[in-house]
Design a protein around this ligand. Structure first.
Ligand code: ZN
Length: 281
């Protein structure tokens, strides 16, 4: 195989093909126009001009095109279930750009499964290409992102809905982050904390610790495991008071565990009451 031949995609090199595309990294793809007409709406792209030898240059890489063109032929399409994000995302963008309908469908389903790892990129994709349900799915994960960055990546028509959505999270934060109704002297139900030692009790220390973590912003509402992890606070308290009444291996008092769980449930319930982002559209 000559060097020139090696630059042709082995999968897309049919002699009966009637249009040739060139990837950004210099690989040629011979494709049948009639398949493009049936499966896509944007090929060949109107903003590119074929060169003299009828080669249409595209901005996508050969990796992207190799996958994309598989969706325009009558064959089993790639499942994309093990495709990593850095390959899937440009494929999803390309399938939207050229309106390759079979690829658009599977790409947005696969991206939906990756929102935990890539909320920012997927929110942009979902907003840009009008997948409101996916924007709703990813919106809670964007709570932790820098608001300036979110405003920059969202298209203008989503800024007001996003602001209204954030207002709901701020409301929940304001209504649920403060406890210590009795200044920490006892539990929220007025019962004395089992750990009470002189003027100290564990509930007061736990409550201050959790409130301090929550006070850094609404993004903490998305990290409640971390917020309500009081292991370190308990260790410090035991280290301080072990000579008095606390045994070194004593677990977090049940009364405190109950109050922490009740507080957390109140926050979880309030978060569950926030309407989906799509209802603000
Ligand atoms: Zn207690």
């Amino acid at each position: 195989m000559s060097v020139e031949e090696s630059r042709y995609s082995p999968k897309f090199n049919s002699p009966s093909a009637d249009i040739t595309f060139k990837s950004s990294d210099g690989v040629f793809f011979r494709i049948h126009r009639k398949n493009l007409e049936v499966c896509t709406e944007g090929f060949p792209p109107s903003d590119v001009v074929a060169t003299e030898d009828e080669v249409v240059e595209l901005t996508e890489t050969s990796t992207t095109l190799e996958l994309l063109f598989q969706f325009i032929y009558p064959q089993r399409h790639p499942a994309l279930d093990t495709t990593p994000f850095d390959i899937l995302y440009p494929l999803a963008e390309a399938s939207e750009k050229y309106q390759v309908f079979p690829a658009m469908n599977i790409c947005h389903i696969r991206l939906r499964d990756m929102v935990q790892q890539h909320p920012a990129e997927i929110s942009v994709y979902a907003a840009k290409h009008n997948y409101p349900y996916l924007v709703s799915h990813v919106a809670p994960m964007m709570i932790g992102m820098d608001p300036i960055k979110v405003a920059q990546i969202l298209p203008p028509h989503l800024i007001v809905p996003w602001t209204r959505y954030i207002q709901e999270w701020i409301r929940v934060h304001r209504q649920t982050t403060l406890v210590l109704t009795y200044n920490g002297r006892c539990h929220e139900d007025r019962k004395i904390c089992d750990s009470r030692i002189t003027n100290e009790n564990a509930w007061q220390i736990f409550a201050f610790s959790c409130m301090r973590k929550l006070s850094s912003g609404i993004q903490t509402l998305r990290a409640l495991d971390e917020v309500f992890d009081v292991a370190q606070d308990w260790k410090v308290m035991k280290d301080t008071f072990v000579r008095y009444e606390l045994r070194a291996n004593a677990p977090v008092p049940q009364c405190c565990q109950n109050d922490l769980a009740a507080w957390r449930k109140k926050i979880d319930d309030a978060i569950a009451s926030i309407p989906k982002f799509s209802t603000f559209l």
